[in-house]
Ligand binder design. Structure first.
Ligand SMILES: C[S@@+](CC[C@H](N)C(=O)[O-])C[C@H]1O[C@@H](n2cnc3c(N)ncnc32)[C@H](O)[C@@H]1O
Length: 283
């Protein structure tokens, strides 16, 4: 039996345009032509798995009625899922003040809802849970919940499992690793750690495309949508700002990533109250 792998042709311009159009339509991702080599290398694995040798055949599949599953694999391959624990940690300082602000309401039986939108592998939601638990050890007795969502089913599965190789725990202060994670058996030599159940029980993790309707009924006191809209064009971003505004409690706060901005916050009913920190304008 031959072990030779079939050569896969390069990503041609017409296929690039078809893939870019589909990615934009389905997920808001904006692919620029300069990224062709990166896109080609990410998708070659898909072609190989499907036994296809060129991109026009791949495009025919994703554009067909039979292409639903593959369209998901495509979006999964095209999303950038890099995340870190306690990324942009100043937001977690603000999160503590938000908990303080909500405390009287929580102690009177009210709720506090937090959303990690574009949660990737779950580090953002776990960082929020650790921050809250460190700030208020009795938090488990209060109705505080974190929703974590992402379009990519692969990272949603990973986040639900909640098992991290040691190299991904870099941002977690050493004392907190022992306190909130336990080592689990791993198939590789690298130690792996699972977040404690008491953290995980605060978090619900679901698939959600930010461009699709949002099913959540309750408003959020805090929304993290960091390092997500940077992959969208301005037109797509501007469809999201009113949705985030409507999803926020009147006193709530929206955090964006360090290189993301709402360019004209007043137009969308926001005021900027700190670096990449926005609140509904209630004046
Ligand atoms: C770079 S990660 C950011 C993770 C985390 N928020 C952080 O800042 O560390 C971007 C995430 O956004 C997700 N994403 C991209 N387009 C999306 C969409 N249309 N709806 C929901 N999530 C999306 C990707 O799958 C990816 O996991």
């Amino acid at each position: 039996m031959s072990s030779r792998r079939q050569e896969i042709a390069s990503l041609d311009a017409a296929s690039f345009r078809a893939i870019a159009a589909l990615a934009y339509r389905e997920s808001g991702l904006t692919l620029i032509e300069e990224k062709t080599p990166m896109i080609q290398s990410r998708l070659r694995h898909r072609l190989r798995d499907l036994g296809l040798v060129d991109f026009p055949s791949y495009c025919a599949l994703i554009e067909s009625d039979q292409g639903l599953d593959e369209r998901q694999h495509l979006i999964s391959a095209l999303t950038t899922n890099v995340s870190h624990f306690f990324r942009e940690d100043h937001h977690f300082e603000t999160l503590k003040s938000e908990l303080d602000r909500c405390l009287p309401k929580l102690r009177a039986g009210g709720q506090m809802r937090i959303w990690s939108a574009g949660c990737s592998n779950g580090q953002e939601a776990l960082s929020a849970a650790i921050t809250l638990m460190e700030h208020l050890p009795g938090i488990a007795d209060l109705d505080v919940r974190i929703l974590a969502t992402d379009i990519d089913p692969k990272v949603v599965r990973f986040a639900r499992e909640g098992v991290y190789p040691q190299r991904l725990l870099g941002g977690v202060p050493a004392g907190l690793i022992d306190k909130y994670f336990q080592q689990v058996e791993a198939v590789t030599d690298e130690p792996h750690f699972c977040a404690h159940q008491r953290l995980r029980s605060m978090i619900r993790i679901n698939e959600l495309n930010l461009l699709a309707p949002w099913p959540m009924k309750k408003r959020f006191e805090v929304i993290f949508c960091r390092n997500v809209v940077i992959y969208f064009d301005i037109a797509t971003q501007e469809t999201l700002w009113p949705k985030f505004h409507a999803a926020l409690a009147p006193e709530g706060v929206l955090f964006l990533g360090h290189s993301e901005r709402i360019s004209d916050p007043a137009r969308f009913g926001f005021i900027c109250t700190g670096p990449t920190t926005y609140r509904p304008d209630t004046r």
